[in-house]
Ligand binder design. Structure first.
Ligand SMILES: [Zn+2]
Length: 154
């Protein structure tokens, strides 16, 4: 089995956003609304159900915790508490159905390679990227929307 850790946004971040309705580190207002389309929650890595679940949109530095240089962008989380995705649970099954881009970085925010996966088979691409010794981590994005989804570490 592929050895990888799935790193969702930290629970402290999700809870702080829910409490303050402000973006962590930036203070920009966050926006809470009923989900109008399906987008993944960056904390539990499940789809937020359109029409029934509430979501919060906020600005998040996708390199927080790994790099000094930031790159903020919009992300969603469930407005209600949800369990953080378990790091050892493998690629999130609910996110296989939409095209995702894997960006392989070396520390220093150096983009080494990227792979577009549209058929839900992420593991071979991840394995291939991690086979390169210069790759330190992988950022996963929505290919169609461009938004950060989660990080993968060895
Ligand atoms: Zn969630």
């Amino acid at each position: 089995m592929l050895n990888m850790r799935v790193v969702a946004i930290p629970t402290e971040i999700a809870n702080a956003v829910r409490e303050t309705l402000r973006a962590p580190g930036y203070g920009f207002p966050a926006h809470a609304e009923l989900a109008s389309d399906e987008a993944p929650c960056r904390h539990c890595l499940r789809l937020i159900a359109a029409g029934t679940e509430k979501r919060i949109l906020f600005t998040y530095d996708r390199f927080a915790g790994v790099e000094k240089l930031p790159q903020p962008g919009p992300v969603y989380i469930h407005a209600e508490n949800c369990p953080r995705y378990a790091a050892g649970a493998g690629f999130p099954d609910e996110l296989r159905g939409s095209p995702r881009t894997l960006e392989a970085y070396a520390i220093g925010r150096k983009l080494i390679a990227q792979e577009y996966v549209a058929d839900g088979k992420f593991e071979p691409a991840i394995e291939q990227l991690f086979a390169r010794p210069d790759v330190d981590y992988i950022q996963v994005h929505s290919t169609t929307a461009g938004c950060f989804t989660f990080r993968i570490e060895r």
